[in-house]
Design a protein around this ligand. Structure first.
Ligand code: NAD
Length: 420
């Protein structure tokens, strides 16, 4: 049986199962199925970084394009010891569906380096980032492939990539990455974009399930860029943040946790474990707590066949990418737990990246109001389309969203035809 965070779960194979289910619904021809069951380009790089001690460490990294029929490739870069080629391929495919389901003109990409960023100094991270950017330069570019932040990478890493690429080109190229600081061509609200989108998804799910926002009990797994911003935004909506966790452990308070207090504690201690005024809980306990909304916002394969039967949330909103396995999906469906899938629920990150890339190309930037208005418009339209599709097809939200996304990509492939 699957276990939580099970490294034997093959994310790429899981992605193919979900794709093939959508392809069956759409009666896709065999050629299109074959194209979309492969990644277009897979780059593996090994490169040395001189450590501050004078020693040299060789790191391995990846950059993968899944499909670019709808536009340049788009996808984050992650730093983690768990990075593997199969994982990056699966996440690149997920990016193809994410851009397609919300109708923004990008294809799917992903990248990562196998490393433990917590065990590196800031200078070592800068050297690693600049060298990795140089190694993958044969694939990236503002009209080819535009990376963004993901696990353990932030606006700072994006600024280093933008600078490295610009130095090699001999001119400033802000559009080569998104998620940059505002002062070097970043977008307002990009840092909190994923959470802003999750807030819209929470509002929609609450409406759909007749749940009042005030006092809505929310549990959040993962207290990094996405989890922290989610806690703040949902607290501002009068939801009750009953529990949060990070890689070291979690904190529970049935009367609600104060996000500002959590953020300050995490900043000082490096973890939320041991938060005063809260009950200490284990990571996997958080997933099984009684609550209305569960937001996995940490890493992949957290909800598996092992713990899915014990989940008590009414709705799961996937802030993280690929947190739920196919086997768990079936159990949750049988238990009538609504799941809003990753590539729809956390799509605001890439939507606001689009709102950064377009102004970067034009050197004319948008106000916070313009970003918020356009995000609401694009994500709201996608949510309405997917919920209507789920109802008309009588399928779960993930299947409906996959059908919408795969249909858009298949149409683009069909119209473009096969070269030569
Ligand atoms: P991050 O590195 O800022 O934060 C990750 C958090 O998860 C950290 O607090 C870490 O301690 C915690 N964590 C790790 N393993 C855990 C476990 N087993 N249990 C509980 N907590 C655990 O990363 P992030 O940028 O917030 O990304 C989180 C997820 O959201 C990832 O799946 C990422 O792919 C996805 N995502 C990120 C963005 C973005 O713009 N950053 C956009 C869309 C989706």
């Amino acid at each position: 049986m699957e276990t939580m965070n099970d490294n034997t779960i093959d994310l790429w194979q899981e992605g193919l199962v979900r794709f093939n289910r959508a392809a069956d619904h759409l009666h896709l021809d065999d050629g299109t199925r074959q194209v979309l069951s492969h990644c277009k380009r897979e780059l593996i790089v090994s490169f040395p970084v001189k450590r501050q001690t004078g020693d040299v460490t060789v790191f391995t990294g990846y950059r993968v394009h899944h499909n670019v029929a709808r536009g340049p490739a788009k996808g984050g870069i992650r730093y983690s010891l768990n990075v593997s080629l199969e994982q990056i391929k699966a996440l690149a495919m997920l990016m193809t569906w994410k851009c397609a389901v919300v109708g923004i003109p990008f294809g799917g990409a992903k990248g990562g380096v196998i490393c433990d960023p917590k065990a590196m100094t800031i200078r070592e991270l800068e050297h690693l980032t600049r060298r990795y950017a140089t190694e993958i330069e044969i694939m990236i570019g503002p009209d080819r492939d535009i990376p963004a932040p993901d696990l353990a990478t932030t606006a700072q890493e994006m600024a280093w990539i933008m600078d490295t690429y610009s130095m090699h080109q001999g001119k400033v190229v802000p559009g080569v990455v998104t998620g940059k600081p505002v002062s070097v061509g970043g977008s307002r609200l990009r840092a909190e974009a994923s959470a802003l989108g999750i807030k819209l998804v929470v509002e929609q799910a609450a409406r759909q399930n007749n749940l009042a926002l005030e006092g809505l009990r929310v549990a959040i797994q993962g207290f990094g860029s996405v989890g922290m911003a989610c806690a703040k935004m949902l607290h501002a909506l009068d939801c009750k943040i009953v529990a949060v966790s990070d890689s070291k452990g979690g904190a529970l308070n049935k009367n609600g946790l104060d996000p500002q207090h959590l953020i300050e504690f995490k900043r000082n201690r490096g973890t939320i474990k041991g938060l005063p005024g809260a009950i200490e809980i284990e990571n996997d306990e958080l997933l099984e707590l009684p609550c209305d909304i569960l937001i996995p916002a940490a890493v992949e394969t957290q909800i598996t066949a092992r713990n899915a039967p014990k989940i008590k949330a009414k709705v799961i909103i996937e802030g993280a990418n690929a947190p739920t396995t196919c086997a768990a999906d079936k159990i949750l469906r049988d238990n009538s737990i609504m799941v809003i899938p990753d590539f729809l629920a956390n799509s605001a990150g890439v939507i606001v990246s689009y709102f950064e890339w377009v102004p970067d190309l034009q050197s004319f930037f948008w106000s916070e109001d313009e970003v918020t208005w356009n995000l609401r418009m694009i994500l709201g339209r996608a949510l309405d389309e997917v919920f209507a599709k789920a109802e008309s097809m009588r399928v779960d939200i993930r299947t409906a969203a996959m059908v919408v996304a795969v249909d858009h990509v298949a149409q683009a492939l069909d119209l473009r035809g096969i070269y030569p």
